[in-house]
Ligand binder design. Sequence first.
Ligand code: PHE
Length: 468
Amino acid sequence: MKHKKKGGFSGQLGFVMAAAGSAVGLGNIWRFPYLTAKDGGGIFLLVYFILVITFGFTLLTSDLAIGRKTKKSSIYAYGKMKKGWKFLGVLTFIVPALIMTYYAVIGGWITKYVTIYLTNSGDEATKDGYFTGFITSNVAPIAFMFIFMAITSLIVFLGVEKGIEKFSKIIMPGLFIIIIIIAVYSLTLEFSGKDASGKAVVRTGLEGLKVYVIPDFKGMTIQRFLQILLDAMSQLFFSLSVSMGIMITYGSYVDDKVDMNKSITQIEIFDTIAAFLAGMMIIPSIYVFSGIEGMSAGPGLVFISLPKVFKAMGLPGKLVGLVFFVMVFFAALSSCISVLETLVANCMELFHVTRKKITCILTIIYTVASVVICLGYNVFYFEFKLPNGSVGQLLDIMDYVSNSFLMPLISLLSAILIGWVVGPDWVTDEVQKNGEKFKRKMVYRIMIKYVAPVVFVILFMQSIGILK
Ligand code: PHE
């Protein structure tokens, strides 16, 4: 039986919004600000921006071009590109397959925080141990995960144009407006009081902005710089949703007439500005209310530190907190949708089943998997030492295998395939198929052939602990 051709995006706008919806997510709002804070503000920003226009652009272009040219999702796309390379498609498929086990779990945590701010002032979230208490409890994290999973499935169930595109076109502009408003608001904040040693201090949002954007080269060593580079690079993979087949699938839905060159630039800009503004709303507010020390909060930044900041804002904080978590909720939702969609698309091609049927089946499988991940914080709790030295639970292991191990490996293999096996023209021809001018063609060629393979080998060795 020939299965029906899958639907696609209605045009460039729908495509860019959906791709930006996938790209803008927890990576931008939660991970980017805390990495920036950890890695010395302005230096990290600078390194990240340079990587976006070189590596990010190269990976995004490759994925989208592979998708549009082959009109397939990862498993078949790589095989169609070159005989014998289907294995790379399968490897790529594993990444969203793993991410999907935990993304809805984190989505559930965010859903919970939305409800805290919706039903009361959100003050309870500022109590010591609140977040840990919540994620280690038996029932609540599972219940909230169900809600998040159900909404994700529903939208994927509705299809590419009627579900994903329609949703993204409404959500993404709204998201942007909210980020801008909170970012500007955070610059107006001011705190005057006593610091830990009892000295009177005044801290303002504008000073916080300086901490965020001005590079601080004090005490910089080569080793530290390399660490910043690696952090920025892994952030880039994650943030642009590249090297995991998502952009291949989305690329396969793009009409041949769409200007790829323009769309790629727009997606890059969208994702980077969203990350920058997320930092601008979070870092100055943390600085104002908790000082420089507050910035080292790490992954707990959004769930533990920010509620305290919202509380310190007084009355406006209740509204800002609510709006903030609603925004994170939608950002995470559109990302989770892209993960599930990629799995659905691959399985539709593999098993020749309808979208509706496979969406239901995958939802059931992943709901069960997510329950297991939730229980990883209590019933199935154990501590596992990861090759990079950190200790993690089930969720961290999934995250490590997909993001730190598989993504650099896939990027490396894909750079070899494009740069040396089929040749960069395979991609660049697709980008300028309608006679568009591919402005960064030279950058693309040099990156994919020479720079990317070398850097990805280093990144891969670092992630598996060979390189310290
Ligand atoms: N790109 C998304 C973000 O920045 C994260 C993501 C990762 C989305 C993996 C889908 C898959 O948050």
